[in-house]
Design a protein around this ligand. Structure first.
Ligand code: NAD
Length: 269
Protein backbone atom coordinates (compact mmCIF):
# COMPACT_ATOMS: atom_id res chain seq x y z
CA UNK A 1 0.00 0.00 0.00
CA UNK A 2 1.06 3.57 -0.64
CA UNK A 3 -0.40 6.91 -1.56
CA UNK A 4 0.48 7.43 -5.21
CA UNK A 5 -3.22 7.79 -6.07
CA UNK A 6 -4.31 9.61 -2.96
CA UNK A 7 -6.81 12.37 -3.72
CA UNK A 8 -7.51 10.97 -7.19
CA UNK A 9 -10.88 9.71 -8.34
CA UNK A 10 -11.55 7.62 -11.37
CA UNK A 11 -13.84 5.33 -13.30
CA UNK A 12 -12.86 1.73 -14.04
CA UNK A 13 -14.79 0.25 -16.98
CA UNK A 14 -14.70 -3.48 -17.67
CA UNK A 15 -14.75 -5.56 -14.50
CA UNK A 16 -16.70 -8.74 -15.23
CA UNK A 17 -15.17 -11.04 -12.59
CA UNK A 18 -12.12 -11.50 -10.39
CA UNK A 19 -9.94 -12.45 -13.38
CA UNK A 20 -10.70 -9.25 -15.30
CA UNK A 21 -7.70 -7.07 -16.07
CA UNK A 22 -9.80 -4.12 -14.91
CA UNK A 23 -10.09 -5.75 -11.50
CA UNK A 24 -6.33 -6.31 -11.22
CA UNK A 25 -5.78 -2.66 -12.06
CA UNK A 26 -8.52 -1.49 -9.68
CA UNK A 27 -7.01 -3.34 -6.74
CA UNK A 28 -3.61 -1.76 -7.38
CA UNK A 29 -5.11 1.74 -7.69
CA UNK A 30 -7.18 1.26 -4.53
CA UNK A 31 -4.11 0.08 -2.64
CA UNK A 32 -2.50 3.39 -3.57
CA UNK A 33 -5.40 5.41 -2.22
CA UNK A 34 -7.52 6.00 -5.32
CA UNK A 35 -11.24 6.55 -4.97
CA UNK A 36 -12.99 4.36 -7.53
CA UNK A 37 -16.20 4.02 -9.45
CA UNK A 38 -16.94 0.93 -11.53
CA UNK A 39 -19.07 0.56 -14.60
CA UNK A 40 -20.29 -2.89 -15.52
CA UNK A 41 -22.00 -4.13 -18.65
CA UNK A 42 -25.43 -5.08 -17.39
CA UNK A 43 -27.55 -6.46 -14.61
CA UNK A 44 -26.35 -10.08 -15.07
CA UNK A 45 -22.85 -9.01 -14.11
CA UNK A 46 -23.87 -7.07 -11.05
CA UNK A 47 -23.92 -10.03 -8.68
CA UNK A 48 -20.38 -10.97 -9.65
CA UNK A 49 -18.97 -7.46 -9.57
CA UNK A 50 -20.64 -6.18 -6.40
CA UNK A 51 -18.84 -8.45 -3.89
CA UNK A 52 -15.51 -7.50 -5.47
CA UNK A 53 -16.22 -3.80 -5.32
CA UNK A 54 -17.48 -4.07 -1.75
CA UNK A 55 -14.24 -5.75 -0.69
CA UNK A 56 -12.32 -2.54 -1.45
CA UNK A 57 -11.58 0.12 1.13
CA UNK A 58 -13.34 3.48 0.97
CA UNK A 59 -16.68 3.90 -0.67
CA UNK A 60 -16.36 2.67 -4.23
CA UNK A 61 -19.60 2.75 -6.18
CA UNK A 62 -21.05 0.98 -9.17
CA UNK A 63 -22.99 2.13 -12.15
CA UNK A 64 -24.18 0.14 -15.14
CA UNK A 65 -23.01 1.15 -18.62
CA UNK A 66 -23.39 -0.61 -21.96
CA UNK A 67 -20.88 1.17 -24.17
CA UNK A 68 -22.96 0.54 -27.31
CA UNK A 69 -25.90 2.46 -25.87
CA UNK A 70 -25.75 6.28 -25.74
CA UNK A 71 -28.53 6.55 -23.18
CA UNK A 72 -26.72 4.13 -20.89
CA UNK A 73 -23.45 6.08 -21.24
CA UNK A 74 -25.30 9.36 -20.60
CA UNK A 75 -26.77 7.93 -17.41
CA UNK A 76 -23.42 6.56 -16.26
CA UNK A 77 -21.59 9.86 -16.60
CA UNK A 78 -24.51 11.81 -15.15
CA UNK A 79 -24.33 9.60 -12.06
CA UNK A 80 -20.58 10.24 -11.81
CA UNK A 81 -21.04 13.97 -12.19
CA UNK A 82 -23.69 13.98 -9.51
CA UNK A 83 -21.61 11.94 -7.10
CA UNK A 84 -18.18 13.47 -7.71
CA UNK A 85 -18.43 16.56 -9.91
CA UNK A 86 -14.89 15.98 -11.14
CA UNK A 87 -12.79 12.91 -11.88
CA UNK A 88 -9.06 12.48 -12.46
CA UNK A 89 -8.67 9.27 -14.42
CA UNK A 90 -10.32 6.66 -16.63
CA UNK A 91 -9.53 2.97 -17.11
CA UNK A 92 -11.01 1.43 -20.26
CA UNK A 93 -10.74 -2.39 -20.32
CA UNK A 94 -13.54 -3.38 -22.66
CA UNK A 95 -13.61 -5.39 -25.85
CA UNK A 96 -15.92 -7.71 -27.72
CA UNK A 97 -16.04 -9.73 -30.92
CA UNK A 98 -18.29 -12.65 -31.79
CA UNK A 99 -16.94 -16.15 -31.23
CA UNK A 100 -17.50 -17.04 -34.90
CA UNK A 101 -15.17 -14.25 -35.90
CA UNK A 102 -12.38 -15.17 -33.50
CA UNK A 103 -11.39 -18.23 -35.49
CA UNK A 104 -10.24 -19.40 -38.89
CA UNK A 105 -9.94 -17.08 -41.83
CA UNK A 106 -10.18 -13.35 -41.08
CA UNK A 107 -10.96 -12.73 -44.74
CA UNK A 108 -13.80 -15.22 -44.90
CA UNK A 109 -15.28 -15.05 -41.40
CA UNK A 110 -15.59 -11.32 -40.89
CA UNK A 111 -19.10 -10.03 -41.53
CA UNK A 112 -20.08 -6.38 -41.88
CA UNK A 113 -22.08 -6.60 -38.66
CA UNK A 114 -19.26 -8.37 -36.80
CA UNK A 115 -16.71 -5.83 -37.98
CA UNK A 116 -18.90 -2.93 -36.88
CA UNK A 117 -19.64 -4.47 -33.53
CA UNK A 118 -15.99 -5.21 -32.72
CA UNK A 119 -15.07 -1.64 -33.70
CA UNK A 120 -17.95 -0.13 -31.77
CA UNK A 121 -17.43 -1.99 -28.50
CA UNK A 122 -13.64 -2.21 -28.58
CA UNK A 123 -12.50 1.07 -30.20
CA UNK A 124 -15.21 3.70 -30.50
CA UNK A 125 -16.20 3.15 -26.87
CA UNK A 126 -12.84 4.55 -25.80
CA UNK A 127 -13.31 7.67 -27.95
CA UNK A 128 -16.75 8.16 -26.45
CA UNK A 129 -15.68 7.52 -22.86
CA UNK A 130 -12.62 9.78 -23.30
CA UNK A 131 -14.84 12.62 -24.49
CA UNK A 132 -17.15 12.23 -21.54
CA UNK A 133 -14.45 11.70 -18.91
CA UNK A 134 -12.23 14.55 -20.09
CA UNK A 135 -15.15 16.96 -19.66
CA UNK A 136 -15.03 16.11 -15.94
CA UNK A 137 -11.26 16.34 -15.49
CA UNK A 138 -9.54 19.17 -13.64
CA UNK A 139 -7.88 21.95 -15.62
CA UNK A 140 -4.22 21.71 -16.53
CA UNK A 141 -3.39 24.09 -13.67
CA UNK A 142 -5.30 21.90 -11.24
CA UNK A 143 -3.43 18.78 -12.31
CA UNK A 144 -5.18 17.59 -15.48
CA UNK A 145 -5.97 13.91 -15.80
CA UNK A 146 -4.99 10.55 -17.28
CA UNK A 147 -6.63 7.69 -19.18
CA UNK A 148 -5.61 4.23 -20.31
CA UNK A 149 -6.99 1.62 -22.66
CA UNK A 150 -6.03 -2.07 -22.95
CA UNK A 151 -4.68 -3.50 -26.17
CA UNK A 152 -2.88 -6.55 -27.55
CA UNK A 153 -0.10 -7.26 -30.05
CA UNK A 154 -2.65 -8.65 -32.54
CA UNK A 155 -3.03 -5.01 -33.64
CA UNK A 156 0.56 -4.83 -34.91
CA UNK A 157 1.15 -8.40 -36.06
CA UNK A 158 -0.97 -11.23 -37.32
CA UNK A 159 -2.01 -13.54 -34.50
CA UNK A 160 -4.02 -16.61 -35.51
CA UNK A 161 -7.73 -16.35 -34.66
CA UNK A 162 -7.43 -12.85 -33.17
CA UNK A 163 -8.69 -11.61 -36.53
CA UNK A 164 -11.24 -8.79 -36.36
CA UNK A 165 -10.18 -8.01 -32.81
CA UNK A 166 -6.69 -7.25 -34.09
CA UNK A 167 -8.17 -4.75 -36.49
CA UNK A 168 -10.25 -3.21 -33.71
CA UNK A 169 -7.16 -2.98 -31.48
CA UNK A 170 -5.28 -1.19 -34.27
CA UNK A 171 -8.13 1.32 -34.33
CA UNK A 172 -8.03 1.57 -30.54
CA UNK A 173 -4.29 2.30 -30.51
CA UNK A 174 -4.59 4.91 -33.24
CA UNK A 175 -7.54 6.44 -31.37
CA UNK A 176 -5.42 6.55 -28.23
CA UNK A 177 -2.84 8.68 -30.08
CA UNK A 178 -5.41 11.03 -31.62
CA UNK A 179 -7.16 11.49 -28.29
CA UNK A 180 -3.79 12.09 -26.65
CA UNK A 181 -3.10 14.94 -29.04
CA UNK A 182 -6.51 16.53 -28.56
CA UNK A 183 -6.35 16.36 -24.79
CA UNK A 184 -2.64 17.09 -24.38
CA UNK A 185 -3.12 20.86 -24.19
CA UNK A 186 -5.61 20.25 -21.36
CA UNK A 187 -2.96 18.40 -19.37
CA UNK A 188 -4.63 15.04 -19.88
CA UNK A 189 -2.38 12.07 -20.71
CA UNK A 190 -3.74 9.18 -22.78
CA UNK A 191 -1.94 5.85 -23.15
CA UNK A 192 -2.52 2.18 -23.89
CA UNK A 193 -1.11 -0.93 -22.25
CA UNK A 194 -0.41 -3.81 -24.62
CA UNK A 195 -0.65 -6.84 -22.35
CA UNK A 196 0.44 -10.37 -23.15
CA UNK A 197 -2.17 -13.16 -23.03
CA UNK A 198 -3.91 -13.53 -19.66
CA UNK A 199 -6.56 -16.01 -18.56
CA UNK A 200 -9.78 -14.00 -18.58
CA UNK A 201 -13.33 -14.31 -19.89
CA UNK A 202 -12.41 -12.34 -23.03
CA UNK A 203 -9.47 -14.66 -23.67
CA UNK A 204 -11.76 -17.70 -23.40
CA UNK A 205 -13.64 -16.40 -26.44
CA UNK A 206 -10.60 -16.71 -28.67
CA UNK A 207 -10.22 -20.03 -30.44
CA UNK A 208 -6.88 -21.62 -29.50
CA UNK A 209 -6.53 -19.32 -26.49
CA UNK A 210 -4.64 -21.95 -24.55
CA UNK A 211 -1.98 -22.28 -27.26
CA UNK A 212 -1.75 -18.51 -27.40
CA UNK A 213 -1.05 -18.44 -23.66
CA UNK A 214 1.59 -21.16 -23.95
CA UNK A 215 3.33 -19.54 -26.91
CA UNK A 216 3.17 -16.18 -25.16
CA UNK A 217 5.19 -17.70 -22.35
CA UNK A 218 7.54 -20.05 -24.23
CA UNK A 219 8.58 -17.44 -26.82
CA UNK A 220 8.78 -14.54 -24.39
CA UNK A 221 12.11 -13.13 -23.25
CA UNK A 222 11.32 -13.70 -19.59
CA UNK A 223 9.95 -17.22 -20.23
CA UNK A 224 6.91 -16.50 -18.14
CA UNK A 225 3.24 -15.63 -18.41
CA UNK A 226 2.30 -11.99 -18.32
CA UNK A 227 1.59 -11.21 -14.68
CA UNK A 228 -1.32 -9.15 -13.50
CA UNK A 229 0.92 -7.27 -11.09
CA UNK A 230 2.99 -6.07 -14.04
CA UNK A 231 -0.06 -4.88 -15.94
CA UNK A 232 -1.51 -3.23 -12.83
CA UNK A 233 1.87 -1.65 -12.10
CA UNK A 234 1.98 -0.18 -15.59
CA UNK A 235 -1.52 1.20 -15.07
CA UNK A 236 -0.43 2.76 -11.79
CA UNK A 237 2.57 4.36 -13.49
CA UNK A 238 0.51 5.75 -16.35
CA UNK A 239 -2.36 7.02 -14.19
CA UNK A 240 -0.35 8.49 -11.32
CA UNK A 241 2.00 11.46 -11.31
CA UNK A 242 4.87 9.02 -11.95
CA UNK A 243 3.65 9.05 -15.54
CA UNK A 244 4.22 12.78 -16.14
CA UNK A 245 5.37 13.48 -19.72
CA UNK A 246 4.22 10.09 -20.98
CA UNK A 247 1.33 10.30 -23.43
CA UNK A 248 0.28 8.82 -26.78
CA UNK A 249 2.22 5.69 -25.87
CA UNK A 250 1.49 1.98 -26.24
CA UNK A 251 3.37 0.32 -23.40
CA UNK A 252 4.02 -3.40 -23.87
CA UNK A 253 3.74 -5.51 -20.75
CA UNK A 254 4.14 -9.00 -22.15
CA UNK A 255 7.39 -10.48 -20.80
CA UNK A 256 9.16 -9.13 -23.89
CA UNK A 257 7.21 -11.20 -26.40
CA UNK A 258 6.51 -8.23 -28.71
CA UNK A 259 10.20 -7.64 -29.45
CA UNK A 260 11.16 -11.22 -30.27
CA UNK A 261 11.88 -11.76 -33.97
CA UNK A 262 12.56 -15.48 -33.97
CA UNK A 263 11.83 -17.87 -31.09
CA UNK A 264 14.70 -19.91 -29.63
CA UNK A 265 16.35 -22.14 -32.20
CA UNK A 266 18.73 -23.98 -29.89
CA UNK A 267 22.18 -25.19 -30.91
CA UNK A 268 22.86 -26.27 -34.47
CA UNK A 269 23.51 -30.00 -34.34
P1 NAD B 1 -12.92 -9.53 -19.39
O1 NAD B 1 -13.88 -10.40 -20.13
O2 NAD B 1 -12.77 -9.75 -17.95
O3 NAD B 1 -13.26 -8.01 -19.66
C1 NAD B 1 -13.91 -7.55 -20.82
C2 NAD B 1 -14.97 -6.58 -20.36
O4 NAD B 1 -15.61 -5.96 -21.48
C3 NAD B 1 -16.05 -7.26 -19.54
O5 NAD B 1 -16.15 -6.63 -18.29
C4 NAD B 1 -17.29 -7.02 -20.35
O6 NAD B 1 -18.45 -6.86 -19.55
C5 NAD B 1 -16.92 -5.74 -21.06
N1 NAD B 1 -17.80 -5.44 -22.19
C6 NAD B 1 -17.96 -6.13 -23.35
N2 NAD B 1 -18.93 -5.57 -24.10
C7 NAD B 1 -19.39 -4.49 -23.40
C8 NAD B 1 -20.38 -3.49 -23.62
N3 NAD B 1 -21.14 -3.50 -24.75
N4 NAD B 1 -20.57 -2.52 -22.69
C9 NAD B 1 -19.84 -2.51 -21.57
N5 NAD B 1 -18.88 -3.41 -21.30
C10 NAD B 1 -18.67 -4.39 -22.20
O7 NAD B 1 -11.53 -9.76 -20.15
P2 NAD B 1 -10.14 -8.96 -20.07
O8 NAD B 1 -9.16 -9.87 -20.69
O9 NAD B 1 -9.93 -8.46 -18.70
O10 NAD B 1 -10.37 -7.74 -21.07
C11 NAD B 1 -10.14 -6.38 -20.71
C12 NAD B 1 -9.40 -5.66 -21.82
O11 NAD B 1 -8.06 -6.15 -21.89
C13 NAD B 1 -9.99 -5.85 -23.21
O12 NAD B 1 -9.85 -4.64 -23.92
C14 NAD B 1 -9.08 -6.90 -23.80
O13 NAD B 1 -9.08 -6.88 -25.21
C15 NAD B 1 -7.77 -6.43 -23.23
N6 NAD B 1 -6.66 -7.40 -23.29
C16 NAD B 1 -6.80 -8.66 -22.82
C17 NAD B 1 -5.75 -9.55 -22.89
C18 NAD B 1 -5.89 -10.96 -22.38
O14 NAD B 1 -5.06 -11.79 -22.72
N7 NAD B 1 -6.88 -11.27 -21.57
C19 NAD B 1 -4.53 -9.15 -23.43
C20 NAD B 1 -4.39 -7.85 -23.91
C21 NAD B 1 -5.47 -6.98 -23.84
Amino acid sequence: AGNLMKGKRGLVMGVANKNSIAWGIAQQLAAQGAELAFSYQGEELEKRVRPLVESLPGEPFMVTADVTDDASMDACFEALKKKWGKMDFLVHAIAFAGKDELQGSFTHNTTREGFKRAMDVSAFSFVDAAKRASAMMPSREEGGGAMISMTYLGSERVVPNYNVMGVAKAALEASTRYIARDLGPLGIRVNAISAGPMRTLAMAGISGGRTLMKTGKDWSMLKEDTRMEGVAGAALYLLSDLGHSCTGEVLHVDAGFHAVGVPDIGEEG
